[in-house]
Design a protein around this ligand. Structure first.
Ligand code: ZN
Length: 115
């Protein structure tokens, strides 16, 4: 989706706050690194389970740096839900089933403070 209007971006501070809230309230099985970067045109973001040479694992969440404030938070919540629902080390799954849905709900509540 492209828009010709200049979009308000999430500030660095707001981004850090959102990631900190998610780390505290919805900690996935492995640590998470979340970055706003350039991503391929056909995606808004993605999540990967990475492994270091020492065997330590972490999730890498990438969110497109082109997105507006609202879109950035939506994609972060969406991708964070993947990290929460991937509790075993089974690599990359593009699944939006029930387990992901529950994870999405908890990440959504953490960010949007819905009771
Ligand atoms: Zn997804």
């Amino acid at each position: 989706m492209k828009t010709k209007f200049k979009k308000e971006k999430l500030t660095k501070k707001e981004w850090r706050e959102a990631v900190t809230i998610l780390r505290h309230e919805c900690p996935p099985h492995y640590p998470v690194k979340a970055r706003r970067v350039k991503v391929p045109d056909d995606i808004y973001g993605d999540t990967d389970l990475k492994e270091l040479k020492n065997g330590k694992r972490f999730f890498m969440i990438r969110v497109s740096q082109e997105l507006s404030k609202a879109e950035t938070l939506e994609v972060l919540v969406h991708e964070w839900a993947h990290a929460i629902s991937w509790t075993s080390g089974h690599g990359r799954i593009r699944d939006h089933g029930a387990e992901w849905g529950l994870a999405y709900a908890s990440a959504y509540r953490a960010i949007y403070q819905v009771d």
